[in-house]
Design a protein around this ligand. Sequence first.
Ligand SMILES: Nc1ncnc2c1ncn2[C@@H]1O[C@H](COP(=O)(O)OP(=O)(O)O)[C@@H](O)[C@H]1O
Ligand SMILES: [Mg+2]
Length: 389
Amino acid sequence: MLRPRQRRQQRAMDQENTLPPESLLGNTYRIEALIARGGMGEVYRARNETLGTLHAIKIIRAELAGSSTIVELFRREAMALRQLRSDAIVAYDGIFRDERGRTYLVMEYVDGPSLARLIGVRPLPVEDVRRMAINVAAGLEIAHDKGVLHRDLSPDNIIFEGGDMMHPKIIDFGIARVDGAGEGTLLGGQVAGKISFIAPEQLGLYDGKVDARSDIYSLGLVMAAALLGRKLDMGRNIETALAARRQVPDLSALPEALRPVIAAMLQPDPAKRPASMSDVILRLYTPGSLRSSLPPAPAIDVPAPAAPRRPKGLDRKRLLIWAGGALLLAAATFGALLALRPPTPGAEAPAAVPAAAAPAPAAAPAAPSPAAPTPEAPGGFLGDRAKTR
Ligand SMILES: Nc1ncnc2c1ncn2[C@@H]1O[C@H](COP(=O)(O)OP(=O)(O)O)[C@@H](O)[C@H]1O
Ligand SMILES: [Mg+2]
């Protein structure tokens, strides 16, 4: 707890560092408002004076501008974003330095509430969560294809453009790992990712090998939080977080339609999870998750789409493959049901429980180097991230 005098000092420092509204960055971006202040930097809404377009600008906090670790985190976020093109991922515009030498990252401005904000109001309809998850998984699949792992997927880092559940955008690739950008973690003993949403291997279980399946685990927790209207209790410190990840959490309160896929995504052992985001998408299309899905109820600020739309970020070929797979599964389920001849004709078929995923692909990336530098930032700059030691 800060004493009143310290609090005053902190406030004065913050004010001094904050870019005033109307100031011009890089001779181009007119600052309109401060959107958020994180541990590493501030995020502003700004308008490109030449194009008239709105942008989100993430700028390093002045007192951290000299920190090579923080600058490197910004650089990595830019590296990750610049190679990703997906409607489900925030679009990148560039990384620059201001007159004072502060690095700033320019992105498209996503106008809408975060998933965290919606979850705070009430549980979300199962059909909305299913569609959101398909879109987020499609975006992350593109990232994984390019060798980028998000590693910090959480309800804060998904924003719904225009409040529409069909338009999620993933933000905050600040601790993303980019193939070829060096394996070493910049975070030293800090856990990379928010403790409530990270995978067991991000806490060092299963040899600490973080790969695409870690983002799958996080997406499972995000879906559970959206369906419940609160996050699952996955522990608040390292000990309780580890204990909560040694088994699949209790999912009995979740709607039946999505329980099997979420249970598969939350397997403690990465080898037992769906092997890829396309596998997740296929499971989200299976008869089990379609059969008992409810029609989308009007959500808070969220206009319910009239008819299912093609998930964004999926190209035609992939969609055909998934749709084909889903049809085959539907046919197989139907065939099996005919063969079983249920005693009560017309009774609902049991939910299709997808088979356990095949053992995961090889190519698991190397564990982060323990010798990596520790952050120079003041303690706690990672929000609810915790130290492993
Ligand atoms: N492109 C964007 N459009 C709109 N708001 C954004 C955007 N990027 C970030 N924000 C806002 O700023 C907050 C902090 O940004 P984020 O990249 O998540 O950094 P942090 O590492 O501090 O969580 C987000 O939770 C969101 O509210
Ligand atoms: Mg964030």
